[in-house]
Design a protein around this ligand. Sequence first.
Ligand code: FE2
Ligand code: FE2
Length: 363
Amino acid sequence: MAITEPEETIIKEIEEQRPPFPAGLLSRKEKDKLIERGIRGLYRWYTTRSQESRNWHPDSLNWRALRTDHSPEVNTVIEGFYAIEHYAPDYTIKLTQMMRKSYGRSHFQLRWGSEEEKHADMWRNTLLFLRFRTPEWIDDYMHFLSEGEWQPPWDDPLRMAIYVVIQERATQLNYLNLALIAAGESDKPGFTNSTDPVLVEVAQTIALDEAAHYNFFLEVARLFLYYYPAQTLEALVDVIGNFAMPAQDFHPDMDRFAEALYQGAIYGPRQYTRDVLKMTLKNLSVTSRKALDRGIKQSRRVPDLDGNMVDTAIFDTLDYGSLETAVKRLFDRVKTYEEKIGLDEIDPVHFVPSGLATNPQKT
Ligand SMILES: [Fe+2]
Ligand SMILES: [Fe+2]
């Protein structure tokens, strides 16, 4: 039997019924489910790891061996670090509230809060044992700080998902640089001859927590970036353009603190650009800061209801292949973890490609 040409009207009908995006793309509901499933698995993996490897207590250090003759600059830096960690309850309450619709993100914030609370205790012990200030002064300082109430810089969970990645990396860098000073490796005026093994332990112990926080939030941000690249890149540009470390407004002498950080080469515009932003963008598979700005300018189109607006400008900005590899790796990690428990027999986790890598829509 001869194959006849389909009628023109049928072709037209098929054309009209074709979905507005290429086959293989996921609905918003499917993407949200995958993101949440990934985060929930990662959260459980994280809590096991943190209990096993970072279960320290701020009172268990050899505090009596802390030096009591540090320079005013070193003391200023430590007072400032304490101020930031002092707001652990505010951070925890507000972020848990904001993320309450995500089991993985909200429950993680509670565990994260319990780790941040230890940082406040650790710096408070440091302040006391430095003997640079009296306990009364430290009490007054705490009360002064408590007059301020931290508010999240963004009120949407997507922008906060990005903010915390940058903030955790910046915090980790601050502490690592203080650890170097306490290891006697600084030649900056006010920071030389600061060798203090206990202070090294303090700064390194907290920095390890901050690294773990950074890695958790980085995986969350990658999930959003992978499944919602256009919206997440736009959020990234917003957050980068307005980034500041938390609780700066509440410090009684922020200028002196910022100056000490700058003088000690601990944290300033140079460290932010080179050691925070560049590294974070690389880990998010963003090709460069310039490409990011360019990509955003070129892609002001509104995504469809499923958030599936993707144009070629975004693929110039993102190394989408490496981002997909990273997201796959996360799902593999969760899968391996859950297999050990037996959860794979009940609620197996599956990576599902976004479909965007092979189906970029042309503008
Ligand atoms: Fe912290
Ligand atoms: Fe942290």
